[in-house]
Ligand binder design. Sequence first.
Ligand SMILES: [Fe+2]
Length: 401
Amino acid sequence: MSDTTELTEQERDADLSAEQLQQLVGLVEYDAEKDPFPVTGWDAIVFVVGNATQAARYYMSAWGMVLEAYSGPENGNRDHKAFVLRSGSIRFVIKGGVDPDSPLLDHQRRHGDGVVDISLEVPDVDRCIAQAKKAGATVVEEPHDISDEHGTVRLASIATYGETRHTIVDRSKYDGPYLPGYVARTSTFTKREGAPKRIFQALDHIVGNVEMGKMDEWVAFYNRVMGFVNMAEFIGDDIATDYSALMSKVVANGNHRVKFPLNEPAAGKKKSQIDEYLDFYRGPGAQHLALATNDILRTVDELRKEGVEFLATPDSYYEDPELRARIGEVRVPIEELKSRGILVDRDEDGYLLQIFTRPLGDRPTVFFELIERHGSLGFGKGNFKALFVALEREQDIRGNL
Ligand SMILES: [Fe+2]
């Protein structure tokens, strides 16, 4: 068995311990030797946005991220600006077109602000691509090296749902700030006095929304192409409200660092939130990123101070005797959760606390979740219905229900 106490470089740099990671994102042991497409963990989440200069500032001020690298016209990239931001073990790359003919601007025009690349760190790019080809995946970029004075990175890309891709990266022979073409850069932005060192420590999962009838195809894609295993499964009534319904299945890489719930809309009386996403994103794409925190109460308080808005949870959620009985004892009084709108779910392994933001950009598409795990390896199945009632209330206000 491989030793999951072995941390990635990004995790070591973030001063995270194996115990913390186990708690934060639910790591498990597995044998990478037998994996046809071994994935170590997340490499970077690449966003394309309408205004990267201002979005980067938002992720620094509201989400406590730290600028560490940059690419743009000043260092020879005349097409776009890209800001590399970090929080704990996770890296976001925020890109925006500068040249009016930049393909990034076409992407943003179609999809709005969104995730274009869920980039993963792998020990062997060529082995993964050989497996991907054998399993029938679309290789967008063949394996190739890029180098600068910091060394060499080997990478390749495969297509996933919609216009999203997975770039797989082996950076074991590279010690630059991100990739060749990027320069180290810090920001003059200073955090508010008393602000926490970080708002979140790691990335727990990224949910993909796909079209009706396509969920099982994408589950099979991750099984067949990338050797991902199936986790919890939610179908039908579990997550149906009067108006909307969806189906959701979860796949994860061997060590469970990378978890992908996949949603598809199911027939309901009215348009579901997944349909609303698909309409406004113009097709499948990444719906939400779940950020792992070890203190969700403080995190929510800090984010609210910065003006981040969360979905409102109805008071009835906390007063429901069935829910109270099911969740049992958690680390804080329910009143503390109620005052912040934090949701609780429990399964046989433990419990989790979670909360969802409103959409991050102008379109009702991408949003964040904050998650604090206490043993539970779930995704908040018990909260789906309560959450969807809240989501639909807002969808109705936007006139899209
Ligand atoms: Fe989630």
